[in-house]
Ligand binder design. Sequence first.
Ligand SMILES: Cc1cc2nc3c(=O)[nH]c(=O)nc-3n(C[C@H](O)[C@H](O)[C@H](O)COP(=O)(O)O)c2cc1C
Length: 212
Amino acid sequence: MTPPRPDRIVVGISGATGVVYGIRMLQALRSAGVETHLVMSRAARLTLAHESAMSVRDVLALADAHYAPGDVGAAIASGSFRTRGMVVAPCSVKTLAQIGVGSCDTLLARAADVTLKERRRLVLMVRETPLTLTHLRNMVAVTENGGIVAPPVPAFYTRPSGIEELVDQTVGRALDLFGIDTGDFPRWGGPHPAHGAPKTTRRRLEGSLTRP
Ligand SMILES: Cc1cc2nc3c(=O)[nH]c(=O)nc-3n(C[C@H](O)[C@H](O)[C@H](O)COP(=O)(O)O)c2cc1C
């Protein structure tokens, strides 16, 4: 996948629990030198208030550009605005449903639909459990359209020391799907010869999950 110049990714943050994934995504992309264009749904502003000490303004400041959730005339609503793709982190089942049926009545859903129609990478970090048949069918619809459903499911083989490491691993694996290696999380390298512990490599990501 050849990235456009400048290298840009659209980041959607919807109202599923786990706003931290969107925050960390923005920090990781900034650290990787990728331009970010952010749209936060109205519900995401609510989950942010419940789940983080950061304000909406703090989160918006992590992006290079940001847009109001109803601004369907924004740059990211057009396929002529070149991007590498879009990630929705986290993705609610409501937003999944909108994208699954091609509804474009919010900027987030429109930007995702544009990403699919332009055959660019779309990654949805869908967060809900348990799942209904409707949720699963919407995941199938998105997948049939070329999108990738990548729920934020943590891995434990790296023996994470806390939530931050779990989040960074999950965000890093989502960015792998764009060919971006954050270097911020340990990768499985086979069992350690001495004692069976995972052989991992990790670079610490700058920034905080609670402060801008
Ligand atoms: C604290 C909180 C946690 C929520 N967690 C989830 C969730 O994990 N998954 C989900 O699909 N919806 C969740 N919701 C419900 C969504 O916010 C709601 O369906 C909303 O309409 C989604 O809108 P959006 O997709 O436009 O952001 C949560 C709501 C709140 C207030």
